[in-house]
Write a protein that binds this ligand. Sequence first.
Ligand code: G16
Length: 542
Amino acid sequence: MNKTVPTKPYPDQKPGTSGLRKKVPVFQQQDYAENFIQSIFDSLEGFAGKTLVIGGDGRYYNREVIQKAIKMAAANGFGKVMVGKGGILSTPAASHIIRKYKAFGGIILSASHNPGGPTEDFGIKYNIGNGGPAPEKITDAIFARTKVIDSYKIADFADINLDVIGKQTIAGMIVSVIDPVEDYAALMEELFDFGAIRNMISLGFRICFDAMSAVTGPYAKEILEIRLGAPNGSVRNFMPLPDFGGHHPDPNLVHAKELYDEMMGEDAPDFGAASDGDGDRNLIIGKGIFVTPSDSLAILAANANLAPGYSAGIAGIARSMPTSGASDRVAEKLGIGSYETPTGWKFFGNLLDAGLATICGEESAGTGSNHVREKDGLWAVLLWLNILAVRGESVADIVHQHWAAYGRNYYSRHDYEGVDTDAANGLVEALRGKLDSLPGTQFGNLTVATADDFAYHDPVDKSVSKNQGIRILFEGGSRVVFRLSGTGTSGATLRVYIERYEPDPNRHGLETQEALADLIAVAETIAVIRSRTGRDTPSVIT
Ligand code: G16
């Protein structure tokens, strides 16, 4: 039986960079999740009788919201729901399942790399039929709807047993509980030369993959250990836990420090990697060398043709604006298109659908291709392994050769987390006010060439997205970018992105922060970060 339940709007359901993210107690307020899910459905047309994919990263409150979403999908007229066993679906696997089974769309429950638990973060995002995050047109409509919603529809049936694979019809809708790993693993086997990777591993190549007690555990176990033969224990922290074992499932040098330390140690494995809460981010570390996400994007794109799935070459490379320009040089050499988009995977969707870009990436540890419409952590790991197996060289050798051929983009991001929102907005406003006067200004050896607030003109649907980050570009190609994160859940996070291009191979051996010291100082001079935020140092440096 379907019920229509009266409700009152919440004013704070604006989707951010990647869906709605809030603390669990916020989501636990009466009808909070229901309002958002109904607002998603109310913003869509033509889904009657169609399929909806539902899954999440297993974090605290995942199962409860999945039950609500299934019952609401039934009451709203979907014909079928496909849900991952245990409520589990990594973000890239969900994207693949939406595409493979031609679903109408999908609801993914995740707050990505943010911590989980009763007082930590939760999130809901909607992906469209191409498997990618809903574009701004839809997220804007969802937000508008949340502000006026007065009722939601929900079917009245007992909770679905999510732990048994199988199909049942309930309230006129098919509910299919599926293996979350199988389809995804099969796709990876199509794209990569599993034989070559298996052979490399059998000859003693050692892998260490940290699943960070998050969703990629079951995927990595199946693919790396079972299908590729890496010894038991190569995948660690592989059980998805509702609180990620109390850690941030964020694969960066701060939260994956143990892995980093091991990879810098004496008897380090050949290849270290980690993924985040929902499996779309990646961290790549070779023996003795961390590969920045921006470099990883460039190197993967330059060598993608070594993997069977990309042997015909790639059509173009897209990167988010704050990501370093390293991949632009690869695109130039390959004679293919390069695209600069705002932060947020949703902006790559049109370029991938139109066949303009094949490989996309972001400085925030995301890389992916046209195989799905999300970034994909394990995909990046497997493409690296495929390249290593074919080239027979170490990660460090491959990186150094890449720099020698293309030049090195020294790159770092400084995050100031949990800053007072007004102070952060004030800082950005003040920067905007300075943009016109900055060009030509000299700071030590650095002269500002241009300064602007990045606006993106989508070449496919011609939409324009403004205010996507303050860029200060210096003569010679260095730059500093300032923007506020769209994924935080408390206060504001100021991100400062710092980049310097160094063509001379004799100067490729500097320590990153040292190489960027003058730019870091100029960022402080221009934005007055310390006094505006009250912080002496960044909370995280990546
Ligand atoms: C999300 C988006 C990414 C974005 C990242 C950081 O990643 O999908 O496109 O780069 O957030 O965004 P921000 O700088 O606004 O915090 P994820 O892995 O959190 O879904």
